[in-house]
Design a protein around this ligand. Structure first.
Ligand code: RFL
Ligand code: PHB
Length: 390
């Protein structure tokens, strides 16, 4: 088999890249380790920046998003038992975010890809990358016990944090930066109406909590938990009780509970691998960087990465210029590091740190008070939350 761009991973980064390249007339094949249903069952992100929605709009696949997505022009910060609204729209000069689940984005992209008749190989085992530092990059994989090889011009490593692409780069050629946070998020999805029309980010002495949603009838909640917590030890009732304790009286009283559809624990980490290019291999999305979910930036960074990469590949094929490809890593990393900073800042401001002393707690309270009472600070939060320009 031969293609221009072999894409590894059918998460949002790989699927969006495939569709953008197709719209520019650049053929591509996607290799995915899991099956389609497995990919769609992963409950993850829920908040889309306007830039991400814009990319999907340009592809003409936003019919369902505009119908079912919820426009949010504010969020609430809850601390000291009181909720404070940040008017994102007013503070950012008119920008908003859209609440639409990652699973729905992925489904829309998968449907569009199938409709366009493009090749996606699911259940591709033992994907390996070859000669990406030379003239003839190739990707090998096994399917049903048979080995296949794809010759290509470029490889896009969109296979997430634990994928094969970043691992294939010689360690001496990559510099990594990492911060592992001393807690995780226990998340629960339920078919219950959201407790409030907007997201509530909570700083409580028992730990962070987040009230989010997927639709007017489906809620997504998170509570900060310790890293040695086991999800099996959390009954639904325990989760609801813990969430209620961290909310203000009004929210705690109006919280509608119900059986969980999904419950999982995610550790929190900031991670960046530099550069995002090695020869003809380009990394995008979680394969290159991870942010803690507090700023809702992971999926949106995957989108901006593949926007830059698709534009660079278009320039290569249409204008015979490698300038965009040569600049890809530096351009993407500039935006990545700003999101890393914002996610780290939101995480630091909202969570209970096991080693926090009185000084640390007082600083956190001052920071929160400053953010909700200063026009400048609110504007900065809003500018980052709705998404910095590409
Ligand atoms: P993904 O989604 O991990 O997809 C990678 C795909 O590659 C496949 N794969 C392989 N395929 C072939 N061969 C191999 N060797 C392979 N190894 C892996 C995998 O099966 C998978 O299908 O990475 P991608 O595409 O870069 O997308 C990144 C996003 O998924 C991620 O950043 C977000 O989910 C992060 N995130 C959030 N982002 C937001 O923008 N807004 C949010 O509100 C938000 N909330 C969240 C989140 C992540 C969370 N968790 C679970 C970490 C909330 C949570 C709880
Ligand atoms: C979610 O709905 O899953 C979600 C929303 C906002 C975040 C993180 C996760 O910051």
């Amino acid at each position: 088999m031969r293609t221009k761009v072999a894409i590894i991973g059918a998460g949002p980064a790989g699927m969006l890249l495939g569709q953008l390249l197709h719209s520019y007339g650049i053929d591509n094949i996607i290799l995915e380790r899991k099956d389609r249903d497995y990919v769609l069952a992963r409950i993850r992100a829920g908040v889309l920046e306007q830039g991400t929605v814009g990319l999907l709009e340009n592809l003409g696949i936003t019919e369902r998003l505009h119908h079912e997505g919820l426009i949010h022009d504010g969020i609430e910060l809850l601390f000291g038992g009181v909720r404070h609204r940040i008017d994102l729209k007013a503070a950012s000069g008119g920008k908003v975010v859209t609440v639409y689940g990652q699973t729905e984005v992925t489904r829309d992209l998968m449907d569009a890809r199938e409709k366009a008749g493009l090749t996606t190989v699911y259940d591709a085992d033992n994907v390996s990358l070859h000669d990406f530092d030379g003239a003839t990059p190739r990707v090998r994989y096994q399917k049903d016990g048979v080995t296949h090889e794809i010759a290509c011009d470029f490889i896009a490593g969109c296979d997430g944090f634990h994928g094969a692409s970043r691992q294939a780069i010689p360690a001496s050629a990559v510099q990594t930066y990492e911060r592992v946070y001393p807690f995780g998020w226990l998340g629960l999805l339920s078919d219950t109406p959201p407790v409030s029309p907007e997201l509530i980010y909570t700083n409580h002495s028992r730990g962070f909590a987040l009230c989010s949603m997927r639709s007017p009838t489906r809620s997504r909640y998170y509570v900060q938990c310790s890293l040695d917590e086991k999800v099996e030890n959390w009954t639904d009732d325990m989760f609801w009780d813990e969430l209620r304790r961290r909310l203000d009286t009004e929210a705690a009283e109006s919280l509608v509970t119900g059986p969980s559809l999904e419950k999982s624990i995610a550790p929190l980490r900031s991670f960046v691998a530099e550069p995002m290019r090695f020869g003809k291999l380009f990394l995008a999305g979680d394969a290159a960087h991870i942010v803690p979910p507090t700023g809702a930036k992971g999926l949106n960074l995957a989108a901006s990465d593949v926007h830059y990469l698709s534009m660079a590949l278009r320039e290569y094929y249409d204008d015979k210029s490698s300038a965009g490809l040569d600049n890809y890593s530096a351009t993407a990393l500039k935006r990545v590091w700003k999101a890393v900073r914002f996610s780290w800042w939101m995480t630091s401001m909202m969570h209970r740190f096991p080693d926090a002393d009185g000084f640390g707690t007082k600083l956190q309270q001052a920071e929160l008070d400053y953010v909700v009472h200063s026009d400048m600070a609110r504007a900065s939060l809003a500018e980052n939350y709705v998404g910095l320009p590409y």
